[in-house]
Design a binder for this molecule. Structure first.
Ligand code: XIL
Length: 744
């Protein structure tokens, strides 16, 4: 089966529909006619729920934005790093999108070691090893590779890059040949800009591909980047596409954007819409032109404002992810009728962890020979902080392992307050990341001058998958001075900020918290306050907490991400229970202690996130695996994954504490799976037991309650399922890096 058909089937099966769009999405329109409409993706954009919601729905192809480039994949000779590129490939597989690889050989974004002095033979080996390593890693997953990127000068001669000057034109054939050997299934492209119309440069490309064909070198297509200026679509675009397809080659528009001098006015946006219509229409009109990729989704992930100062507004979506007029034009150019999608809700920031150092170190300790202690002599907030004394090197300071706090692929904001005991210095927060034996030091906050008054350090940290250990630490340029650290917080994206937005596009459901006075819950029981397992905040029922659950599935495994917002009274410990519908199994968790018995899962707060104030949220996540063909879930309004239905359980069915008062008065104490009657304020309610019970044997301590017996939020998430049947259709080969990955 061809790439197009296979990818199309997957996309059609799992595409979600944005809340307000009743009609077809752009991707659905494209898929219906066997066409590809793509976007560049980056690991940072993948961490944005807003980007994800638009991209998931609107595109059926994805290109590695920067993650597949040489500086990312082989930063040191012979040492490949695929953490970031894998994340893009995983995203494509999880969402059923075709994957374009970008790019194997280019003159830009090269690590400096590539250009150090060496013989032509050694340089050729560097090229072949790189192409072999990267294309081999993704063999079977990449539908099309931009094997050679931007080889031409404007006059159609070959650019004097390190490749051309050292190897001559033969480097292009060598790269293509090595790519074919490493991944026989991938279609191999040469990609360039200013080759959209018939001109000297595109004619240089035209002549080159004919020479390659004549020499029997594998070449399958040409990519026309199409970084255009509003009103300047070449009139010979279609003619140019046709001369390439007449050679038996595929053509793709690979990096389309149409930039406008800022601020963009209505007339320019209208002109831009007609430019987009012209480009997509020209490609769609030619049989061998198989797809159009835009270089990003919205203003936030466009490269234009940074690279062409004064220009912007170049993509289909604006700074708030609202569709520009060009969106409608593209849908229409593909023969569809556009329904303008509702913009995704704005996410909130939720706390993943906070370290106020009011008592104890909460897992913080020494880095090197310095001594980290909790003190109450100096504090930023409250009365406690951390003191680092006896430092003998700049890198020494307080540190804490955070691998169990962070979810791979997510973006975090890490903040802290720091000061010196005396003198000044430059401080920053950093992460030490271990990937097996390889260690990396990643700055989180920028260098910040500190002195004897408290200074805030803050920065974003994107946590890439694959780490075996991860620690946050404070460092300064000062080698010996004592340091204080306080109020460290880690935050990430949470549920949408407004409840109206959440009602339209999130899986949040309100459930009731329960406070448990003792630490000996026996069999868990569930009650459903309204008789419905999926009461929403606006539908009444005791507001207690809202659970947002999303998954990122790559076939055979998935990352689950759970955010619980406490909408009731403050709690000092919580447990979330749910039952998987299939054979999903949690292998690793962060931010909570997760135990699983059969299909029933129980997640209990970690030591640092048991206390949740009213309105605050906690986030945890897990890696899970699964096999076999689970039932297909019902569609979710906002993600490609199903929304769980949530129902309330109290800890033991008979305890009544403030937040739960009036919910459970009496329980028939029936055991086993099924529905049982309970009483709530004199009213009979249904208590629904959804899975194996008694994860905590009677008398055992609930981990989160060990330190401070107190309140507990419990909810059960039922019907959690993974899209499985769709992925299992694609076969995998032995060379694949991930078992069961969606193939091309
Ligand atoms: C751009 C990326 O979008 C930027 O983030 C990066 O800093 C520079 O490269 N032609 C290409 C793309 O082939 O790889 C370039 O992408 C844009 C021009």
């Amino acid at each position: 089966m061809g790439v197009v058909a296979a990818a199309g089937a997957l996309v059609a099966a799992v595409l979600p529909v944005l809340a307000a769009s009743a009609g077809q999405t752009l991707a659905q329109v494209a898929t219906a006619r066997g066409f590809h409409i793509g976007t560049a993706a980056g690991v940072r954009t993948l961490a944005s729920s807003q980007w994800r919601q638009v991209a998931d729905a609107q595109f059926n192809s994805v290109t590695m934005g920067n993650e597949g480039k040489w500086d990312a994949t082989e930063p040191t000779q012979g040492q490949f790093d695929f953490a970031a590129a894998d994340a893009i490939a995983d995203y494509a597989a999880a969402t059923g999108k075709r994957l374009r690889g970008h790019t194997l050989v280019w003159h830009s974004q090269l690590p400096s070691w590539v250009s150090t002095d060496r013989t032509a033979a050694a340089q050729r080996q560097v090229l072949i090893d790189h192409v072999t390593g990267v294309a081999g890693h993704f063999a079977g997953d990449v539908a099309q590779w931009d094997v050679v990127n931007e080889p031409f000068n404007e006059d159609g001669t070959l650019r004097s890059s390190v490749w051309y000057t050292r190897l001559g034109e033969s480097y292009i054939a060598d790269a293509l040949t090595a790519a074919r050997a490493a991944d026989p299934a991938a279609k191999l492209f040469i990609n360039d800009y200013n080759v959209e119309g018939v001109n000297a440069k595109s004619t240089g490309l035209y002549n080159l591909v004919q020479r390659l064909q004549a020499a029997g070198v594998p070449i399958d297509g040409v990519g026309l980047q199409a970084h255009l200026i509003v009103g300047q679509v070449p009139s010979t675009l279609r003619q140019n596409i046709e001369r390439f397809t007449a050679l038996g080659l595929k053509v793709e528009i690979t990096e389309l954007d149409v930039r406008i001098p800022l601020p963009a006015d209505t007339a320019e946006l209208t002109q831009q819409a007609s430019d987009y219509r012209a480009v997509v229409g020209a490609c769609a009109a030619v049989a061998g032109c198989t797809g159009v990729t835009t270089w990003g989704v919205g203003e936030v992930d466009s490269w234009i404002p940074a690279f062409f100062p004064g220009y912007g507004a170049a993509l289909l979506f604006d700074e708030q992810w609202r569709a520009r007029p060009a969106y409608t034009a593209v849908v229409e150019a593909l023969g569809g009728t556009a329904t303008v999608p509702a913009p995704p809700p704005v996410p909130s920031q939720v706390s993943v962890a906070s370290f106020p150092f009011e008592s104890g170190l909460a897992g913080w300790g020494s880095r090197g020979s310095e001594v980290t202690t909790q003190v109450t002599t100096v504090a930023h907030g409250g009365t406690g902080s951390v003191l680092s004394s006896g430092r003998t090197a700049t890198w020494q300071g307080p540190t804490r392992p955070v691998l169990d706090l962070l979810a791979p692929g997510k973006l975090y904001t890490v903040s802290a307050w720091a000061r010196t005991a005396s003198g000044t210095g430059t401080a920053r927060l950093s992460m030490q990341r271990q990937n097996g034996t390889a260690t990396r030091y990643e700055n989180v906050s920028a260098n910040t001058a500190i002195g004897t008054s408290w200074t805030r350090l803050s920065g974003d940290y994107l946590f890439l998958p694959g780490a075996t250990a991860l620690s946050v630490y404070l460092e300064t340029t000062d080698t010996t001075g004592d340091l204080y650290l306080d109020d460290v917080t880690i935050e990430t994206e949470g549920p949408p900020v407004s409840s109206s937005a959440s009602a339209s596009a999130s899986a949040s459901v309100s459930v009731s918290p329960s406070r448990s006075p003792s630490v000996s819950p026996s069999a868990s029981r569930s009650v459903s306050p309204s008789g419905s397992p999926s009461a929403s905040p606006s539908q009444g029922g005791p507001a207690g907490c809202a659970v947002r659950y999303t998954t990122n599935d790559w076939g055979g495994g998935f990352v689950g991400d759970v955010t619980v917002t406490n909408t009731g009274a403050a709690v000092n410990g919580w447990t979330l229970r749910w039952t998987f519908a299939g054979d999903q199994r949690v292998n690793q968790a962060w931010g909570a202690t997760v135990t699983q018995t059969g299909a029933a899962v129980s997640a209990t707060n970690a030591a640092w996130n048991g206390t949740v104030a009213t309105g605050a949220a906690v986030n945890f996540g897990f890696l899970a695996g699964y096999t076999g063909g689970n039932a297909r879930p019902s569609p979710s309004p906002s993600t490609a994954r199903p929304a769980p239905s949530v129902e309330v359980r109290d800890v033991d069915g008979v305890r009544r504490l403030p937040a739960l008062q009036g919910i459970v008065e009496r329980d028939d104490l029936g055991a086993g799976t099924g529905e049982h009657l309970a009483e709530r304020g004199g009213e009979r309610v249904v208590r629904r037991v959804v899975g194996p019970q008694a994860e905590h044997p009677a008398g055992a301590q609930v981990p989160g309650e060990a330190a401070q017996p107190g309140d507990g939020v419990e909810a059960a998430v039922a019907g959690v399922q993974q899209v499985r049947g769709e992925w299992s259709m694609s076969s995998s080969t032995a060379s694949k890096r991930r078992p069961g990955a969606a193939g091309s």
